[in-house]
Structure formats: structure tokens, C-alpha cells
Design a protein around this ligand. Structure first.
Ligand code: SDX
Length: 431
């Protein structure tokens, strides 16, 4: 019978080592026994950007990049987007099961009663310039919430964790809406607890002088679906930051702010805003071929295309495209969609993109919908961060509760100077 694991021969010593498999991996620590002598630290792995490294066990989200599969707790994203609400999916991510009616009502009540912000937060926001980027304001304000809840540092107390989870999921739409209203110089709109999660967010964004905001049900549902699609995505860059910051036992507010900071980068969640800038730069369908030739010549990247894991069509992009049609029936078609569809059509036929398995990702079409719904491009990544807060918190809680996890502290390959002596200033020649 074939042995399990690897048999490694170290050619330096002719020693043989047996390294067992662990769920399709080998434990990096098992390599440390491979040494040339007692003073040797032992073998490490070198994996910049963690291209081939599993950092944790997780039961939250499953992605099959080759087949374009995405499941939250085993449920296909297509079914969740069709049958569930965002808060139902947030419960699933955090609790591991879909809620029954009573559980959902309690969950919604708990989150709804944490949508308000301490009044001091409004004064904090007033400190930003009128043209401050909403994502920078969002990140800073989420971090500032930590000053209101010092008990959040008790991360090993399950009840305290749950209260901060209610607060963060409840308050991120309010913070997002306040950053938007700050930019316009409009008064802040307080949460309306009669409204659902997405309706209330639209209320805080767009209510003006009317007594009660009436959200368009099609747009509210489309936003809820977009929130479901953006809720989690296993060990992406920002989830890794959430886990890493959380591993030092920092509170979940500053950890969420750090994760949002990672999301804001143009290679991650910031791509949705970059897609709209790219489409504006192209300007018309007939200029798409020349733009693509520029990309192939190395002039930048096709924003909204490509993915570290998906080497097939991102299933979220497909659902977003379908949702766009329902939104455009209300808002009128965003003319930029034609340019995006032409970009996709040409790219999917071009060997450069086919060879590199580059397909539209979640960010390619989302901005086109958001813009049609009335959002400015600088709000797009904030719209990504709102639902992803639930995913980050699920990843954080799983990390805090995992007995194998401890403070994240990678090693390095040192490439600097060997020891050398400090030369007194007087003897240092101007270099
Ligand atoms: C998100 O990880 C997640 O799950 C993230 C996310 C989530 O839900 O959390 O899915 C959300 O961040 C989606 C990705 C949004 N980012 C973009 O759309 C930005 C554009 N995409 C690229 O920057 C890139 O595709 C990444 C960052 C998404 C993935 O990069 P990788 O896996 O590090 O791949 P790579 O940069 O090594 O590229 C491999 C090759 C290179 O060409 P060669 O050097 O082999 O010739 O593909 C090329 C790259 O130049 N390439 C692209 C490209 N993406 C990769 N060429 C043109 N356009 C692109 N978009």
C-alpha cells in the first residue's frame, strides 16, 4: 500500500525525512526538522504573497476557482442571492446555519438597535475636508468607534464579541451614509428602524425633506443582492488582514478598519472605482480594441478582470450582470454598460487574456449598477466594505476561537548586511 505523505531526501546530508500530508498540505513546521546540524534553524518555506500557503482551517466560505464555484457555509451563492436577504446571509456566515423565523427576527432586532452612532461621531466626521474620500472617512470612523467601546478588547468573551458584531454590522451603513452626506454638505439622516437593512441605508443616503423615505423596492432588493455577493470570500487580502490584526487580540473595530484599509487598494476592493475610471478613459465602444492592445502591451491592467483564485468566470459577476438588467428597468440603462460588454466580449476572445485565465471579477460590473443607482464612484468601495464587514467578523471570530491560531508573525529570508561597525561621523565620507 502506498505510504501517505512525502519522503524527502536532504542531498546535503543524505538524511531521509517522512513528512505527512495534512488535508492536501504539509505542515510547514514539519520541515524544521530538516537540518544540516544541531545549530541549523531548520528548513522554512518561502511564499511571497502566500501564493501557495494555507494560513488557517476555515468552514465559512468555499471557492473552486477552476469551476467558478462560491459557497457560504455550503450554500451556493446563486441560491443565497435568489432566496435570502443580506441579514439572513450575515447570520449564516456568523452562526454557520441559516436562521429560522424566530432566530432571524432576534438577529434583525439586535442589529437594528445598534444602527445609531454616538453623536460625537458626527463631530469626528466634521473634521474631514469637504472633498475627503468616503473610503478614507469610513476607515477612520470605524477605527474611531473603538474609543466608544473599550470593553471590545475582551475578545475571548463570546458575549462581548457578539455585542461588537451587532454594533459593527449595524453601524457600518450609518457611517457609510454619513460619509456620503458629508461630501454633499447635506444634514445626516438618522436610521429609521422601521426599514430593512438596505432600505434604511438608502434612507440615510437619500432622504431629504419628506416625512418618511420610500425606497424603491427593486433597487433595495438589488442592493441587498449585491450585499450578499460581497459578504465574504475566504482568505482574500482584507480577510487576511482582519485575521492578522485580530491575532494580536486587538479589538474588532480597529481590526475591521485595518481590513477596510486593505480593501481600499485598487488591486482589491478599490477596483470597482477603477473600472469606472477605465471605462470613462475609453470613452466609446469603438475605442475598446485600441485600449485592449495597450493593456496587452503592458500599459496597466484591465481593471475588474483577473483573480488570484478564479481561473474561470467569477460567479458573482454573472449574478451582478443579471441584476443590472432589473436595475436598469428602473433607472434607465447606464450607457457605460455597452463599453463594459464590448471590453468583456473582446477580452474573452483574446489569447492574451485566455492564456492568463483572466475573466471579469466581482468588481467589473458592480460599479456600473452602483452608478446607475445614483452612487458616485468614490462610494463604490464603501459599498463593498459594508457587507464585507459581516465576512470579516466571521473570519475574525473563527480565528479567535481556533485553538491552533496564535499571533501572526511570519519569518523572512534575510538579505541584508552581515555585522559591521559604526564609523564615527568624522570618518564617514559623504557618500
Ligand atoms: C477582489 O482575493 C479575493 O477573493 C478578492 C475579491 C474578494 O471578494 O475579496 O474577489 C475582490 O479584489 C477582486 C479583484 C479586483 N482587482 C482587479 O480587478 C484589479 C485587476 N486585477 C489584477 O490586478 C489581478 O488580476 C489580481 C490582483 C486580481 C490578481 O492578481 P494575481 O493573482 O497576483 O495575478 P498576477 O498579477 O500575477 O497576474 C498573472 C498574469 C500577469 O501577466 P504575466 O506577468 O504572466 O505576463 O496576468 C496578468 C499579469 O500581468 N494580469 C492582468 C490582469 N490581471 C492579471 N493583465 C491585464 N489585466 C488584468 N486585470
Amino acid at each position: 500500500m502506498k505510504k501517505d505523505g512525502l519522503t524527502i531526501v536532504d542531498n546535503r546530508t543524505d538524511e531521509t525525512y517522512e513528512v505527512p500530508f495534512h488535508k492536501g498540505t504539509i505542515r510547514a513546521m514539519d520541515l524544521r526538522k530538516i537540518k544540516t546540524g544541531p545549530d541549523d534553524f531548520g528548513l522554512m518555506t518561502y511564499d511571497p504573497a502566500f501564493m501557495n500557503t494555507a494560513s488557517c482551517h476555515s468552514a465559512i466560505t468555499y471557492i473552486d476557482g477552476d469551476k467558478g464555484i462560491l459557497r457560504y457555509r455550503g450554500y451556493p451563492i446563486e441560491q443565497l442571492a435568489e432566496h435570502c436577504t443580506f441579514l439572513e446571509v450575515a447570520y449564516l456566515l456568523l452562526e454557520g446555519e441559516l436562521p429560522n423565523q424566530a432566530q432571524l427576527k432576534t438577529w434583525i432586532d439586535n442589529i437594528t438597535h445598534h444602527t445609531m452612532l454616538h453623536e460625537s461621531t458626527k463631530h469626528f466626521l466634521e473634521g474631514f475636508r469637504y472633498d475627503a474620500h468616503p473610503m478614507a472617512m469610513f476607515i477612520s470612523t470605524v477605527a474611531a468607534l473603538a474609543t466608544n467601546y473599550p470593553e471590545a478588547r475582551h475578545v475571548h468573551d463570546a458575549e462581548t464579541r457578539r455585542l461588537q458584531i451587532y454594533r459593527l454590522i449595524g453601524k457600518v451603513p450609518t457611517i457609510a451614509a454619513y460619509t456620503y452626506r458629508h461630501g454633499l454638505g447635506f444634514p445626516y439622516v438618522y436610521p429609521d428602524n422601521d426599514l430593512g437593512y438596505s432600505e434604511n441605508f438608502l434612507n440615510m443616503l437619500w432622504k431629504m425633506a419628506e416625512a418618511k423615505y420610500q425606497a424603491n423596492p427593486v433597487l433595495a432588493r438589488a442592493l441587498d443582492i449585491l450585499f450578499i455577493l460581497h459578504a465574504d470570500h475566504e482568505q482574500n487580502c482584507s480577510a487576511n488582514v482582519m485575521r492578522s490584526v485580530g491575532s494580536s487580540q486587538a479589538d474588532p473595530f480597529v481590526a475591521t478598519a485595518a481590513a477596510a484599509a486593505a480593501l481600499s487598494g485598487p488591486l482589491h476592493g478599490g477596483a470597482n472605482e477603477e473600472v469606472l475610471k477605465m471605462i470613462d478613459e475609453i470613452g466609446s465602444k469603438d475605442r475598446v480594441p485600441a485600449y485592449i492592445e495597450g493593456i496587452k502591451a503592458g500599459k496597466g491592467k484591465l481593471m475588474g478582470f483577473g483573480h488570484r483564485v478564479y481561473k474561470n468566470y467569477d460567479p458573482r459577476a454573472r449574478i451582478i450582470k443579471e441584476t443590472a438588467e432589473r436595475v436598469f428597468e428602473i433607472t434607465g440603462k447606464n450607457p457605460k454598460l455597452d463599453i463594459a460588454l464590448e471590453l468583456e466580449r473582446i477580452a474573452l476572445e483574446d489569447e492574451y487574456f485566455i492564456k492568463r485565465k483572466l475573466y471579469p471579477n466581482v468588481d467589473f460590473y458592480s460599479g456600473i449598477i452602483y452608478q446607475a443607482m445614483g452612487f458616485n464612484p468614490d462610494m463604490f468601495t464603501v459599498l463593498f466594505a459594508i457587507p464585507r464587514t459581516a465576512g470579516w467578523l466571521a473570519q475574525w471570530e473563527e480565528m479567535v476561537s481556533d485553538p491552533e491560531q496564535k499571533i501572526a508573525r511570519p519569518r523572512q529570508i534575510y538579505t541584508g548586511h552581515e555585522e559591521r561597525k559604526v564609523v564615527p561621523m568624522a570618518e564617514r565620507e559623504a557618500k
